[in-house]
Design a protein around this ligand. Structure first.
Ligand code: AMP
Length: 418
């Protein structure tokens, strides 16, 4: 038997209803706040991700699904959405019409990480991105939206962590102190971090290795190195969050796994997925549009992992199973042909039908109707049909009535009053 690929998964009926509800809730919320949906390709040129996410990140170094296409061009299954949204904003010159653009998108991402609960190689994200606004109020509104989405989805233990990564100006001084700190901690760092500490020291703060984490406890914090403008920006984000009563903790070592962030960064943690309890993350990326060849436009955004959200949402306690409104028990050739016709019409009238074409006994068809928890059963036996009628059985009250088959669908519709 051919099995699915490790780290990939099927989302089956029973589970998919939770996903549909998450997606529906997110769409409604974003659209209420003026966001437009954007749908982008899953494959992009490798260079797009290497230049935006950063060459020294885990994603680009180790996790991308990259391969040459037939002509030899390197292409990559997208590991995240922001780079593609930025590419699209630039390519279609959307900024020329109005630099302020707000997008959301929902779809699969691919990273070749070590699979475990809450970590997959194909996973799904809800993304939101805002271009052309540098105000801290926009950061706060995005965070507000992400937090509200969590509460709408009945996640009860969501915790917001925020930090500021400053701008290249503040980072210069910070990197110097961080590098000095790192050179005094070399014996505790993993091989990757030893290399990173020379090329891109900020990345060491993001390493999941326990010895590196321990080593970094006393590392300098970037919020102590912010320039006056970045510091003011961070204060304003905190002020705005307090205004709309969004509690937060300041996580001075939160850097996130992508190089493009500037100023505000945040993460929402929830659930008991251990290292995988970061369910959403995002922040400002003011330099990225320019880096990728566009105009100097600020931007901010976030991504929520649907897989992890689906595992912790309170929606799991709800029963989404769809029960048939009417189960047509057909007994005999003529009956089956009528059942076919009626079920087509019931479906169009919003009465969810299930017809039994198994040619089995009345008893076994009734058994299946019971198992599927049908609200009503329509019994169309050849005897009844001879007399021009069928039997409608209410499966809750167990009452049965006889109904003439002329204009049956309308009659049933009136009878069962959905
Ligand atoms: P990132 O794009 O790394 O900032 O991640 C944003 C969110 O995507 C995380 O908080 C997770 O919820 C989700 N995510 C990232 N990587 C994975 C993965 N391998 N499997 C499942 N969810 C993931």
């Amino acid at each position: 038997m051919i099995q699915l690929i490790r780290g990939f998964k099927d989302i089956l009926p029973g589970e998919v209803e939770i996903w549909q509800n998450i997606e529906k809730t997110a769409r409604l919320l974003f659209e209420d706040f003026g966001f437009k949906e954007i749908r982008l390709p899953i494959l992009e040129r490798t260079e797009l991700f290497a230049r935006s996410i950063g060459e020294d990140t885990d994603i680009v170094e180790k996790e991308m699904y990259t391969f040459p296409d037939k002509k030899g061009d390197l292409i990559t299954l997208r590991p995240e959405a922001t780079a593609s949204v930025v590419r699209s904003y630039i390519q279609h010159k959307m900024y020329a019409k109005d630099p302020v653009q707000k997008f959301y998108s929902i779809g699969p991402m691919f990273r070749r990480e070590r699979p475990q609960k809450g970590r997959y190689r194909q996973f799904y994200q809800i993304n939101a991105e805002v271009f052309g606004i540098d105000s801290p109020f926009m950061d706060a509104q995005l965070i507000f939206l992400a937090v509200k989405l969590f509460s709408m989805l009945e996640v009860t233990d969501a915790k917001l962590h925020i930090n500021s990564l400053g701008c290249p100006k503040c980072r210069l001084n910070f990197k110097e102190s961080l590098s000095a700190f790192l050179s005094s901690a070399t014996e505790k760092l993993c091989q990757d971090c030893l290399r990173r500490s020379k090329k891109n020291p900020l990345r060491v703060l993001d390493c999941k290795n326990s010895s590196c984490r321990e080593a970094m406890v006393g590392a300098p914090a970037i919020i102590n190195y912010l320039c006056p403008e970045c510091s003011q920006h961070f204060e304003a984000v905190k002020y705005a969050l307090e205004k709309v009563e969004i509690p937060f903790v300041i996580d001075k070592h939160l850097v996130r796994g992508l190089d493009y962030y500037t100023r505000t960064t945040f993460e929402i943690q929830a659930g008991s997925l251990g290292a995988q309890n970061a369910v959403a993350g995002g922040g400002r990326y003011d330099a990225l549009v320019k880096t990728l060849g566009g105009p100097d436009q600020p931007a901010t955004g976030f991504a929520i992992g649907i897989d992890r959200l689906a595992e912790i949402t309170g929606l799991r306690n709800k029963d989404f199973t769809q029960k048939p409104d009417i189960y047509i028990v057909a007994l005999g050739e003529k009956s089956r042909s009528l059942a076919f016709e009626w079920s087509c019409n019931f479906g169009l009238e919003g009465i969810r039908p299930e017809m039994d074409l198994s040619n089995r006994s009345l008893k076994s068809q009734m058994k299946r109707a019971n198992r599927l928890k049908a609200s009503y059963v329509l019994i169309a036996g050849d005897n009844e049909l001879e007399e021009g009628s069928v039997i409608l059985r209410n499966m809750t009250s167990k009452k049965q009535i006889s109904i003439p088959i002329e204009s049956l669908v309308e009659k049933i519709k009136a009878e069962i009053k959905l």
